[in-house]
Design a protein. Structure first.
Length: 266
């Protein structure tokens, strides 16, 4: 049974009951105690909300800072790319496939008989266009093209060019070159430029380039390389590489070796 209220009093604007048998002082004390508990719960709720808001604010600030850092990094990368492009433009000029082909023929003719046969000039203007090639010629007449897949082709240093072969290769890498194939007579050169051999196919006299017999060179296998960085090549010794890797043979040997190499391109 509920207790009987004998009297009502006012405390701080609040109506407070005095129960039967309860003194006025006890009634006031009981009321103040209840108010204190209510305030504590209310304060805790406010503190919790405040803490949650502060946590959300901190997360928002951290997120904004991360976004700023990411934007700064993007801006720096764009600036670096622009600078790299500017430097490349100074070393190489972009030309159309027709002009490129003419420069390639001239550059190849400047090479000694012993190695000019290794320069692949079999690509047509249509080939360059179909492969989405970016074609470049140095001021000294050296050539290099990079297709949309990062394949470096038609590389030839004009003997009259002051630009070094390794410098030409470095520019090709800057322009997106990541892979290439070549007769193994060029092995040491490409390894020194940071290209690692991955696969190879045996020399096929049926597809021997024009000038091979006149060069006096032996039967050079075709090696497929990927770019790993200067000083990072593992298979530097050609004979050791061949001893540890079986050649791709048959009519599809070239294509199969290329496909295998491409599995390792990042």
């Amino acid at each position: 049974m509920s207790k009987e209220i004998e009297q009502w009093i006012t405390v701080n604007g609040n109506r407070v009951p005095i129960m039967k048998g309860q003194s006025k002082a006890d009634a006031v004390k009981s009321f103040v105690g209840k108010q204190s508990k209510t305030k504590t719960v209310s304060d805790k709720t406010v503190d919790k909300k405040t803490a949650t808001k502060q946590s959300d604010d901190q997360k928002s600030i951290a997120k904004n800072e991360d976004e700023k850092d990411q934007q700064i990094a993007r801006n720096q990368k764009e600036a670096d790319n622009a600078k790299q492009s500017e430097n490349t433009t100074k070393a190489l000029q972009t030309v159309n496939p027709a002009s490129f082909n003419k420069s390639l023929v001239t550059a190849k003719e400047s090479r000694p008989i012993a190695d000019k046969w290794r320069v692949d000039d079999t690509h047509t203007i249509e080939d360059y266009k179909a492969r989405g090639c970016a074609c470049y010629v140095s001021k000294g007449g050296s050539t290099v093209a990079v297709d949309r897949n990062g394949d470096i082709i038609s590389l030839c240093k004009n003997t009259n060019d002051k630009m070094k072969g390794r410098e030409l290769m470095a520019e090709a890498v800057k322009l997106g070159g990541r892979k290439l194939d070549s007769f193994d007579g060029n092995h040491e050169f490409y390894v020194s430029c940071g290209f690692e051999p991955v696969s190879y196919t045996k020399f096929n006299e049926k597809y021997a380039p024009k000038g091979w017999k006149e060069s006096g060179c032996g039967r050079e296998d075709v090696v497929f390389y990927r770019y790993v960085g200067i000083g990072k090549v593992k298979n530097t010794d050609l004979e050791e590489f061949k001893n540890n890797n079986k050649p791709f043979t048959g009519e599809n040997g070239y294509d199969d070796a290329m496909k295998y190499r491409d599995k390792f391109i990042k």
